[in-house]
Design a protein around this ligand. Structure first.
Ligand SMILES: C[S@@+](CC[C@H](N)C(=O)[O-])C[C@H]1O[C@@H](n2cnc3c(N)ncnc32)[C@H](O)[C@@H]1O
Length: 209
């Protein structure tokens, strides 16, 4: 359904994706990005205003949905950032190995179909010492909430174009070759618990021996 995907879905993400509890965390973690930054699944550009433009040399905003890029263009004008849009999926990051200082993913690893390919690609493009800043939604530790998440997942997959409620994102980040350096968790926003369990933090590629 291209009309839904290109027009309605971007609008829904733009309107529902940044309520105050989520914005507070964006305000806390996005200014940690520095140097050459890659944001995967930049969406409608909700993070753009939170980057510290004195620390970011360039922001590659990877986003495969043209409807999202149209909305994100508006956010670009609210910042002094040097932004280049990359209209490809996160499973095929078109950047050189070891070329990025910070990768940012907010509510994208919970959506992206080929999550492990994307995480390995993130590790590939990061420079030594580079970091992944993540803020993601997924599987609650509470079995009762998990039951609801399993029931509600098909509707979310349709409404939010592939948004999984039952992914254990930290485990997948680790399986993709990272170690988690800092992480906080909690139920956020005014949404039901089934669609508001989040993790946010920083991960770094594990050193190969
Ligand atoms: C829930 S939205 C989050 C948008 C934004 N990051 C935010 O925090 O508001 C998920 C985003 O992932 C994007 N996406 C979906 N599949 C993707 C893929 N294969 N690679 C990269 N991004 C993808 C969607 O187009 C959408 O912009």
């Amino acid at each position: 359904m291209p009309f839904y995907k290109d027009h309605i879905y971007p609008y829904l993400v733009d309107v529902l994706g940044d309520p105050p509890p989520i914005r507070e965390i964006r305000q806390k973690i996005i200014p940690l990005a520095e140097g050459i930054v890659l944001e995967i699944g930049a969406g409608s550009g909700a993070n753009f205003v939170h980057y510290d433009s004195t620390k970011v040399d360039k922001l590659y905003a990877l986003e495969p949905n043209p409807g999202m890029i149209r909305l994100a263009e508006r956010q670009r004008h609210r910042t002094k950032l040097n932004i280049e849009f990359l209209d490809l999926p996160g499973e095929r990051i078109p950047l050189e190995d070891g070329s990025v200082d910070t990768v940012v993913s907010t509510f994208t690893l919970c959506t992206i179909p080929g999550i492990l390919d994307a995480i390995r690609g993130i590790a590939r493009v990061l420079k030594p010492g580079g970091r992944l800043i993540f803020f993601e939604l997924g599987l609650s530790p509470n079995p009762e909430v998990q039951r609801w998440q399993k029931q509600l997942e098909p509707a979310h997959l349709w409404l939010f174009q592939g948004l999984y409620l039952t992914r254990d994102i930290p485990s997948l980040i680790i399986a993709g070759g990272f170690q988690i350096e800092q992480m906080e968790t909690g139920y956020l926003a005014q949404f039901p618990k089934a669609s508001s369990y989040c993790w946010w933090g920083i991960a770094a590629p594990r050193l190969r021996s």
